[in-house]
Design a binder for this molecule. Structure first.
Ligand SMILES: [Zn+2]
Ligand SMILES: [Zn+2]
Length: 276
């Protein structure tokens, strides 16, 4: 069975092996302009939330490749909802099967992305080189654009060498009305091995989920849909923030299975009563 994979950024490396191993799917990468669904450098705004765009992207690939089954991934980077000083990377993956009327989604998250940016006029070369090192050059790349967007001055992407970085920063700073360049981690998967590893993890989860049939209606795609906190403290029984129950569900018939977490008690060290 052949499925389309809509990507311009080499994601077959990450998604191909698990989908082949667990589902017997071979991926075909058609000519598609996935940038039309948004770019990390902001020239094109993403038309909706990542978890919806990932399905639109899969359908784009299916139409281009003439496949009834399609796969795509879409990444999102932003502040962690409860740790605002940490950058949270969420990679969504989706498998769409028009023969079965099936849309299965999975995700994987990471706090270890190199998502960051630096505004610089280029004079503090030490700061710039430190940023490049932190981003992971030359194994990872950076993008450079005028800090204030200028019509016609497109971001330079995929920079992995220091001389090219210095030249791009000088040009962007000169072009920008405020005299500064915006240097950012290049988040495109083929220039970001750290990101690619999270996409691969999302792909493994997707393959496992699609390979799991619903116990009630046998539709593929049964898996975790929610967790409930409130695991009781082992010493005093007070509910904690830890997960007490995992809920698995079917996207087709709505069947739900609730399983308590084992062991069913939390360490008093995380208890708001025993260890406030
Ligand atoms: Zn079901
Ligand atoms: Zn307690």
């Amino acid at each position: 069975m052949v499925a389309s994979l809509a990507t311009r950024h080499g994601k077959r490396v990450a998604l191909g092996p698990p989908l082949r191993r667990h589902l017997g799917l071979r991926l075909r990468v058609p000519e598609v302009d996935t940038d039309a669904l948004g770019t990390f450098t902001g020239e094109i705004e993403r038309p909706g939330p990542a978890e919806q765009v990932v399905v639109a992207k899969a359908r784009l690939g299916m139409a281009a490749a003439g496949c009834a089954v399609g796969v795509a991934s879409e990444g999102s980077f932003g502040p962690h909802p409860s740790l605002p000083w940490c950058s949270l990377q969420v990679e969504y993956v989706a498998l769409v099967d028009d023969r079965l009327g099936l849309v299965v989604r999975e995700r994987a998250t990471s706090l270890a992305s190199n998502h960051a940016e630096l505004l610089t006029d280029g004079r503090d070369r030490g700061e710039l080189l430190q940023f490049a090192r932190r981003t992971g050059l030359p194994g990872h790349a950076v993008t450079v654009a005028p800090a204030v967007p200028v019509p016609g001055a497109a971001p330079v992407k995929g920079i992995v060498r220091v001389p090219a970085l210095l030249a791009a920063v000088a040009a962007a700073a000169t072009a920008s009305p405020d005299g500064r360049a915006r240097v950012a981690a290049d988040l495109r998967a083929h220039h970001n091995p750290r990101r690619m590893a999270v996409i691969a993890e999302a792909g493994r989860r997707l393959a496992r989920r699609v390979a799991t049939p619903c116990p009630d209606c046998a539709t593929p795609g049964f898996g975790l849909v929610a967790t409930h906190p409130g695991l009781p403290c082992a010493a005093c029984g007070t509910p904690t923030d830890l997960v007490a129950e995992r809920v698995s569900g079917c996207g087709s018939c709505g069947y739900r299975r609730v399983e308590p977490v084992r062991p069913g008690a939390a360490d008093p060290g995380v208890c708001p009563h025993c260890n406030p």
